[in-house]
Design a protein around this ligand. Structure first.
Ligand code: C5P
Length: 229
């Protein structure tokens, strides 16, 4: 699987297509989130899969178990490389997702979101969670692990602890909030360099604007990959 996923956070499908056309499927994968998927639909994802890109379908499914299982099956049919669900959907939902995504070569990795990094302790309290945030992350990651999920998407600052839990050769720890040395932070506050994130236990990185806003996106991809060696 790719060690670098480019977050295609574009408001228009054509902009995403133009950026992906500059990238090499041998060098990086593509992360498709809710905005782009809602605009571009499955055909867009299928086209990139057909071009050879690893696609991380970042739709963070969270619903009743049957619905999530069926959504996961649809993701498998699209041929994506990674699909994710909210661990807070609970054990039955996670088990149903695991059941829907085969653990066989060619099937996507199934990973969990724990606590969204946009949420702080006060936000958790407002939805009735008074446990310390870090403990809530551990609890949800443990639930995902118990259900046999392959890993998590998390902050690079959580990667070490997550890697201790998901410690199999095929475990997947994907970290956004990555900035190459000297890159603009944009709206990210706690960032790590690509090298440090991988050293902390990430198995793949998500990088958006440092690549998508660059004059030469493919050159930035090459520089990031070179910095990992
Ligand atoms: O442009 P940038 O590199 O900041 O993009 C990061 C991508 O990772 C975005 O798609 C963002 O939504 C996603 N993400 C994140 N932090 C998280 C989870 C996802 O930045 N904790």
């Amino acid at each position: 699987m790719s060690s670098l996923y480019v977050a295609l956070d574009f408001p228009e499908v054509n902009l995403a297509l133009a950026l992906a056309a500059q990238l090499d499927p041998q060098s990086c994968g593509l992360k498709v989130g809710k905005e782009l998927f809602t605009r571009g639909g499955p055909a867009l994802v299928r086209a990139w899969v057909d071009q050879g890109f690893d696609v991380f379908l970042d739709l963070k499914f969270h619903d009743i178990p049957h619905t999530v299982a069926q959504a996961c099956r649809a993701a498998c049919d699209l041929g994506v490389r990674v699909v994710n669900v909210h661990a807070s959907g609970g054990r039955a939902m996670l088990d149903a997702a695991r059941h829907a995504v085969p653990q066989s070569p060619g099937a996507p990795s199934l990973i969990a979101v724990t606590v969204l990094t946009s949420m702080n302790q006060a936000d958790l309290a407002e939805v009735g969670i008074t446990r310390p945030l870090a403990e809530q992350v551990q609890l949800l990651a443990g639930l995902a692990h118990d259900s046999g999920l392959d890993g998590v998407v998390c902050s690079a600052f959580e990667a070490r602890a997550m890697r201790a839990l998901f410690n199999q050769p095929n475990s997947v720890i994907i970290t956004p909030g990555i900035r190459p040395v000297g890159a603009a932070l944009d709206d990210q506050s706690r960032v790590m360099t690509p090298f440090d994130a991988m050293a902390a236990g990430a198995t793949a990185l998500v990088v958006g604007r440092p690549i998508t806003l660059a004059a030469q996106p493919a050159a930035v991809v090459r520089a990031i990959l070179a910095s990992l060696l």
